[in-house]
Design a protein around this ligand. Structure first.
Ligand code: PHE
Length: 450
């Protein structure tokens, strides 16, 4: 197969790690992980989540990057070429389709929540210039949710900013910006954890997050944890495959994969340790926080901390940037497909996909107000889209990716792509993607269906 991709290549290992971490670290870590932990009883959820990352996530991350680097094209073209090369059934190409549809569904609600981060950045910016304080965060948040116009407006701004980057191609500017904005996000989180330590509630937060209560383990919670592992690592929808296609040959996939997985997990855990001391300290019940958790809890602390406005602005501003670098990677697969297959210009293609995502996103917007009464499978519309895309389609896509790498690809290809790792690690990885990971995903998916 080709040595390089026609779309260009990452300039270095660091460039790839930054891009892949930029995709992985986002709302999933800071918005979604803490509230899922809150809704699912804390420690038990975290434990199942960590097991999913180690046993399923990392091995599949390696498989995705490897398939991408071997194919060197956008996912559907890569899979088509690899099925020809190996004589495998054409059906494997459906992995690419699952990815495109999942990406569109995820971006539809991701952008709505991305809009919340913009709204809150705006509120803190105004406050820094003497505007009103957020004194009752629960009311501020429910006022925002009650207003479909405002939600749809911020959703449009967020989507516009995403198209701006994807339409122009990911420029050096963004790569450079991310180089210092991601560390800045990490520092802000660390500062919040340190603040939590001064309040004396860090210990309680840690025991909430790390002391598992096994009575909380059930099929639904395992599916949430598995779906979250895929969502947070950007797996199962060919994002990492696409990024792998631009990875130079001499860079170790297992090592870079492990760095990305570790960074992603560390940020999620730090987010938990930043948020729960505040939640507990202000007497909020840490259970059942729901999607509003960070928006209703953190502003309480920002209101009393010294320099709280600046922290608020930094936190929500950087969270927006983290969401932005992820949403780009959500829009990319469908856009690349339109460009490759339909000969549509990149700008127009990204605009068309983003327009569709914006429209589907209105279902999420309305699920908080005019359609809040609509419920299916005990969930509102946003919850339903999350269930289908994150908890079902991503694990299913990941399952197929693991099987494809484990069974369809030739051993020589695998050895060539994973050159440099020890034979024991190679064999372990291979049997994990052949059997262990697919079985675990299947068990979790079936458990919920049956
Ligand atoms: N990993 C991103 C986050 O945690 C979301 C994402 C999912 C991005 C799938 C790309 C693909 O916010």
């Amino acid at each position: 197969m080709e040595k390089t991709s026609i779309h260009g290549m990452w300039s270095s290992r660091t460039a790839f790690i930054l891009a892949a971490t930029g995709s992985a670290v986002g709302l999933g870590n800071i918005w979604r992980f803490p509230y899922l932990a809150s809704d699912n009883g804390g420690g038990a959820f975290v434990l199942v989540y960590l097991m999913c990352i180690a046993l399923v996530g990392l091995p599949i991350l390696i498989a995705e990057i490897l398939i991408g680097r071997h194919g060197r094209r956008s996912p559907i073209t890569t899979l088509a070429a690899l099925t020809r090369e190996t004589g495998a059934a054409k059906g494997w190409i459906s992995i690419g389709w699952i990815g495109i549809v999942a990406g569109i569904l995820i971006l539809s609600f991701y952008s709505v929540v991305g809009g919340w981060t913009l709204h809150y950045s705006w509120l803190y910016l105004m406050q820094a210039f003497g505007g009103a304080h957020i004194t009752d965060p629960a009311a501020t948040f429910s006022d925002l949710l009650a207003n479909p116009w405002e939600l749809a407006g911020w959703h449009a701004v967020f989507m516009g900013l995403t198209v701006g980057v994807v339409g122009l191609g990911v420029e050096k500017g963004l790569e450079r910006a991310v180089r210092f904005l991601m560390p800045a996000l990490l520092l802000t989180l660390l500062a919040l954890v340190a603040y939590g330590a001064t309040t004396g509630h860090l210990g309680k937060a840690a025991s909430f997050l790390f002391e598992p209560d096994f009575s909380k383990v059930n099929a639904g919670m395992m599916m949430s944890a598995m779906g979250q592992a895929f969502f947070s690592l950007s797996l199962g929808m060919c994002t990492m495959m696409t990024y792998g296609a631009y990875l130079p040959k001499d860079i170790s996939i297992p090592k870079t994969g492990a760095i990305v997985a570790l960074a992603d997990t560390a940020i999620a855990l730090l987010a938990g340790l930043a948020i729960f001391p505040i939640v507990i300290g202000f007497g909020i019940d840490p259970h059942g926080g729901g999607p509003g958790l960070i928006f209703t809890s953190l502003p309480l602390a920002f209101d009393v901390m010294t320099g709280g406005v600046i922290y608020g602005l930094m936190f929500f501003g950087l969270l927006f940037v983290a969401a932005w670098t992820s949403s780009i990677s959500l829009l990319e697969p469908a856009t690349a497909f339109l460009v490759e297959r339909r000969g549509i210009a990149r700008k127009r293609g990204s605009l068309m996909v983003a327009g569709l995502c914006w429209l589907i996103g209105l279902a999420t917007v309305f699920s908080f107000n005019i359609w809040s009464h609509v419920r299916m499978l005990d969930r509102d519309l946003m919850g339903l889209i999350e269930l289908v895309a994150n908890d079902i389609m991503l694990p299913l896509g990941g399952l197929l990716i693991a099987l494809f790498a484990g069974w369809a690809l030739k051993e020589t290809v695998l050895r060539e792509q994973l050159a440099g790792i020890s034979p024991a690690v190679f064999t372990t990885w291979r049997w994990v993607v052949r059997i262990v990971a697919p079985l675990l995903v299947l068990m979790v998916l079936l458990n919920v269906v049956l």
